[in-house]
Design a protein around this ligand. Structure first.
Ligand code: UDP
Ligand code: MG
Length: 322
């Protein structure tokens, strides 16, 4: 069998319909990585793009032995794409970066410096977000703070997937059996020595966001349900609260009946109370549905992604997940 020297660095780049930026991404990454003066590999994961993304990356593979391309059979999503990269890295330190250059690869040397100091994870923390709608900024801000309050895991706020992780961390996370993968959460969960590296999040280099509102919501729900069941406890507390109120109200009615001759009035208040409690019951049922649906997804045990092919040299060394 061929002996292939392991690279020091691996870079995982998930890409979905990124034909407009991918050339520039490759150029910027290659410039940074060659500057770091150690063997490296670039792993592009094409998440079922419908444009020319795969062809363009295959072109890089043809002329550059450090590039690999993992093609999915269809669009599985951002987290599965990163997972596929993590399942297939060979480097000792692994960078994760979006294809759209919102996160500057020029930060890699600083992250690598932290790694060489002995940190296992150097995660990018956004001090500013440029070129994103106020709606995205506000919802993101609320989300990061909300999920922190819900879980016992220390999830750093304003942090995406952009980071360096040691191979040990990568393997630990890759071994976690769950299919629903909120990767930044899992990386926090496994522990190790972690440190923040601050940066300004840029505008997308080209193209449009691949996270429309619908995907953002389901992403947020995935994250919350995977890391906290506190929302379920809401039912208990609300139930107690409502019972208490009803009890006090019944007492009031009893005293009215016994000691005054105030008439029983109020169709509106009855309907109001009924609708209110119905609303709450339905909301809690829905909440439970969110969890049950996810339990169902997990129990089916289907893989998070399916690989169509791997392009690039030495593809036989790659593990295909079972
Ligand atoms: N992406 C992916 N599969 C998807 C959606 C997105 O691989 O189904 C990739 C996308 O190509 C990009 C990264 O995930 O490299 C982040 O997506 P995007 O920049 O559109 O999200 P935003 O930065 O707007 O939150
Ligand atoms: Mg982006």
């Amino acid at each position: 069998m061929l002996e292939i020297p392991s690279p020091v660095y691996s870079v995982i780049v998930p890409a979905y319909n990124e034909e407009e930026v991918i050339n520039e991404t490759y150029k910027r990454l290659t410039a940074v990585m060659t500057g770091m003066d150690e063997p490296y590999e670039l792993i592009f994961v094409n998440d079922g793009s419908r444009d020319k993304t795969a062809e363009i990356i295959a072109g890089f593979c043809a002329q550059d032995a450090s590039v690999r391309l993992i093609n999915f059979t269809r669009n599985f999503g951002h987290m599965p794409a990163i997972t596929a990269g993590m399942d297939n890295v060979r480097g000792q330190a692994v960078f994760i970066i979006d294809a759209d250059l919102q996160d500057p690869p020029e930060l890699f040397p600083e992250m690598a410096a932290r790694w060489k100091e002995g940190y296992h994870v150097a995660y990018g923390k956004r001090t500013k977000r440029k070129g994103e709608s106020w709606f995205k900024k506000i919802t993101a801000r609320i989300f990061y703070r909300f999920i922190r309050r819900l879980t016992t895991v220390d999830l750093p706020p304003d942090t995406g997937e952009f980071r360096l992780i040691d191979r040990k961390v990568c393997d630990a996370v890759a071994r976690l059996p769950e299919r629903s993968r909120y990767i930044r959460g899992l990386v926090s969960w496994v522990g190790f020595k972690q440190i923040a590296v601050e940066y300004v999040r840029e505008e997308r280099f080209a193209g449009t966001t691949k996270y429309p509102f619908r995907k953002m919501i389901s992403f947020a729900l995935d994250a919350i349900t995977a890391f906290s069941y506190k929302p379920l406890k809401l039912a208990t507390s609300l139930g107690f609260f409502l019972s208490l109120i009803s009890f006090v109200y019944l007492l009031v009615i009893f005293f009215q009946w016994a000691f005054t001759d105030a008439l029983v009035s109020g169709w509106a208040s009855t309907i109001g109370a009924v609708l209110f409690t119905q609303g709450i019951v339905l909301m809690i049922l829905g909440l439970m549905g969110e969890y049950i649906g996810r339990i169902y997804e997990e129990i089916k045990g289907r893989p998070a992604y399916i690989i169509l092919e791997i392009v690039g040299q030495n593809e036989e060394i790659y593990r295909i997940p079972d």
